[in-house]
Design a protein around this ligand. Structure first.
Ligand SMILES: *Cc1c(COP(=O)(O)O)cnc(C)c1O
Length: 478
């Protein structure tokens, strides 16, 4: 590759866009500048490689390709077949999975495909066999209505939102909570950890069709071997949503009992979080569910995004290189350094630390709500997001937590020394911020008081921390 290839590629792309709508070109340039200048600790974000980004900006976007490789509803999909097959092959090899479906447009879409495939396999197929037809559309209307009544309730047991689970794991207002009768498991109130005996008890009582493991805000590893035993004990399908920690699975940080792939019937993920690929989702499964999963489009999803599948193939090829394992282990070392730095300065952390890429700070220890802490940190050049803590007294909007994660800063090359400096900046801001009051004098859950001079100083220090670690160093927009 020529030394200026990346700069030339992005400069030319912006020049072409600028000729049509300069404000879009300006916004794209401004986004790079903002990302370069911010200390990004959002646990679900990362920086995809230039090759991954460039694979998305082309004519693959113009192609319809419903169906899957070799079974398309549209003609002329030979090149889409090439990239979809490549992405699936890299995914299977990387994760040791029998089957990979790389079409889901996002993590939520991957979960919907998984739910649909499980329902089709576990509920509909046996009923159709009984009725001696292959597909529901072969039933008369009357038989179909009778069948639907007979199928009855379907149940899901997943981790509760406030314990770190995801909306799609059965949260009542979410589509998953409407598709399924749901119950959730939480964490132990004293340790903050998943109590597997309690999960087993809930499974025995509730007898779910699907047991879901996986999280967005749980700072510990999960024993998937035990979870599978629990699922087996009640005949449930065991699904793992590894959206957040797929990079740690890919990089062999989570192995044995902590690798979901050998233990789950079906695994879903995003591709853009710790895995560092393009925005998108993916489903991995064994041969039993493969045919159903492959019907995700058009049964659940709109047409696949071939340009994003091309980028998934590129990113997954990157994740198969030895240096990705090194990256994944540095994500965790950095998260632990950040946790240690915060603890040493007196912060209160959910579960008292981390085994993965994220740390959940209980900011009630600073007398703040998550919302106040998030804004005060943002004023100080530190980008985080607020998050509920288990049994959060401030609910899901104001919250009592701040979630911080290390995948993005680790991509930039920051290490444990910088994580300790980051802990110092976070602690400084949070310990110097005080809750504000409403106009009538009552305490506010949103307003806060932080000396602007301190916020400026921390902003400058955060900027200095980043100067040795340029983002997209080979991209110069001029
Ligand atoms: C982020 C996340 C999702 C959703 O991913 P999207 O790509 O935003 O749809 C699903 N499940 C978990 C556990 C997540 O953390």
């Amino acid at each position: 590759m020529s030394p200026n290839a990346e700069s030339t590629a992005f400069r030319s792309a912006l020049e072409v866009i600028r000729a049509v709508e300069p404000r879009v070109a300006d916004a794209i340039g401004a986004e790079l500048a903002d990302q370069r200048g911010s200390l990004k600790l959002i646990a679900s974000e990362n920086y995809a490689s230039p090759a991954t980004l460039l694979a998305m900006g082309n004519w693959f976007s113009d192609k319809y390709a419903e169906g899957t490789v070799g079974r398309r509803f549209y003609a002329g999909c030979q090149n889409v077949d090439t990239v979809e097959a490549l992405a699936a092959e890299h995914a299977r090899e990387l994760f040791g999975a029998a089957h990979a479906y790389v079409q889901p447009h996002s993590g939520i879409d991957a979960n919907l495909v998984a739910f649909w495939a499980i329902l089709a396999d576990r509920v509909e197929s046996p009923a159709l066999r009984k009725a001696q037809v292959r597909q529901v559309n072969e039933l008369t209307e009357a038989d179909w209505f009778a069948l639907r009544r007979e199928l009855g309730d379907q149940r899901m047991l997943g981790m509760s939102l406030d314990a770190g689970g995801h909306l799609t794991h059965g949260f009542r207002p979410n589509i998953s909570g409407k598709m399924f009768d749901q119950r959730s498991y939480g964490t132990d109130p004293t340790t903050g950890l998943i109590d597997y005996d309690r999960v087993a008890e809930a499974a025995r009582e509730f007898r779910p069709l699907i047991l879901v493991a996986g999280y967005s805000a749980y700072p510990r590893k999960v024993n998937f071997r035990i979870m599978r035993e629990i699922a087996d004990s009640v005949g449930a399908t065991f699904m793992v949503d590894m959206a957040h920690f797929a990079g740690l699975v890919a990089g062999k940080v989570f192995t044995g009992d902590f690798d979901p792939v050998p233990h789950a019937h079906i695994v879903t993920t995003t591709t853009h979080k710790s895995l560092r690929g393009p925005r998108g989702g993916m489903v991995l499964c064994g041969p039993e569910l493969a045919d159903q999963v492959d019907r995700g489009c058009p049964m659940v999803l709109g047409g696949p995004l071939p340009h994003v599948m091309a980028a998934k193939a590129v990113a997954l090829a990157e994740a198969r290189r030895p240096d990705f394992a090194d990256y994944a282990s540095r994500i965790v070392t950095n998260a632990q350094a950040l946790a240690d730095g915060l603890l040493r300065r007196g912060a209160k952390l959910v579960t008292g630390g981390t085994d993965n890429h994220l740390v959940l700070i209980d900011v009630s220890g600073y007398g703040l709500t998550g919302r106040q802490a998030e804004q005060a940190l943002l004023d100080s050049g530190i980008v985080t997001n607020r998050n509920a803590v288990p049994q959060d007294p401030n609910g899901a909007w104001y919250t009592s937590g701040i979630r911080v994660g290390t995948p993005a800063l680790t991509t930039r090359g920051l290490g444990t020394v910088e994580m300790d400096a980051t802990a110092e900046l976070i602690h400084t801001v949070l310990s110097q911020t005080t809750p504000g009051a409403n106009a009538d004098g009552t305490p506010s859950k949103a307003k806060y008081v932080l000396d602007p001079a301190l916020a400026d100083k921390v902003s400058r220090q955060a900027g200095e921390l980043l100067t040795g670690f340029p983002l997209y160093p080979a991209v110069d927009l001029g």
